[in-house]
Design a protein around this ligand. Structure first.
Ligand SMILES: Nc1ncnc2c1ncn2[C@@H]1O[C@H](COP(=O)(O)OP(=O)(O)OP(=O)(O)O)[C@@H](O)[C@H]1O
Ligand SMILES: [Mg+2]
Length: 153
C-alpha cells in the first residue's frame, strides 16, 4: 500500500495540509484518523472542512458521535465521527453509521482504530504522533492508484 510521511510543525500546517489533501478526495472517501489525545485529529478535520467549504463549526469532542456538515454551495458533505465513546465496530453497525460510507460525501473518523473491523478496504489511514510540543509526525496510507503525497509549501 502506498504510504507517505512528513512532520507538521504547527497546528496551522496540519490544517493547511488537510486542505491540500481535500483537493485529492472523491465522493465516498473515508479518512481514518488515529493518534493520542491532542495529536491533531480535530485540527486536521478543521482544515478539511474549510477547504470542502461545508456548513457548521467543527467541534472537537467526543460528546457527539457524529456531526453531518452539508456543503455550503455545491461540493461534498463531510461526516465527522468521533469513535472514542463507541464500544467497537458492533455498535457502529447498530447505529447504522456504515451507511455514511456510501452517501456521497467524505467521512472522517477520529479514533478510527476502535472500529477498524468496520472500515472498508478503500479507507485512507492517517496517523498523527506527537513529536514535541508543536511537531506531529503524520503518516498516510491508502489503497488505490492516487498520488496522495500532498505537501504544504
Ligand atoms: N503540528 C500540529 N498539528 C496539530 N495540532 C497541533 C500541532 N502542534 C500543536 N498542536 C496542538 O495540539 C492540539 C491538537 O488538538 P486536537 O483537538 O486537534 O487533537 P485530537 O487528536 O482531535 O484530540 P482528541 O483525541 O481529544 O479528539 C491543539 O491544541 C493544537 O493547537
Ligand atoms: Mg478530536
Amino acid at each position: 500500500m502506498p504510504t507517505f510521511s512528513f512532520t507538521s510543525k504547527s497546528v496551522l500546517e496540519t490544517a493547511a495540509w488537510a486542505g491540500k489533501l481535500a483537493d485529492l478526495l472523491r465522493p465516498n472517501d473515508i479518512l481514518a484518523l488515529d493518534g493520542d489525545l491532542g495529536a491533531g485529529k480535530t485540527a486536521f478535520v478543521t482544515g478539511l472542512a474549510e477547504k470542502l467549504n461545508v456548513k457548521g463549526q467543527i467541534a472537537s469532542p467526543t460528546f457527539t458521535l457524529l456531526r453531518d456538515h452539508e456543503p455550503a454551495n455545491e461540493g461534498l458533505a463531510l461526516y465527522h465521527f468521533d469513535a472514542y465513546r463507541l464500544s467497537g465496530a458492533d455498535e457502529w453497525y447498530e447505529l447504522g453509521f456504515d451507511e455514511y460510507f456510501e452517501m456521497g460525501g467524505i467521512t472522517a473518523v477520529e479514533w478510527a482504530s476502535l472500529i477498524k473491523e468496520a472500515l472498508p478496504a478503500r479507507t485512507i489511514h492517517i496517523s498523527l504522533e506527537r513529536a514535541g510540543d508543536n511537531n506531529r509526525f503524520i503518516t498516510v496510507t491508502w489503497a488505490d492508484e492516487r498520488q496522495l503525497q500532498a505537501t504544504v509549501e
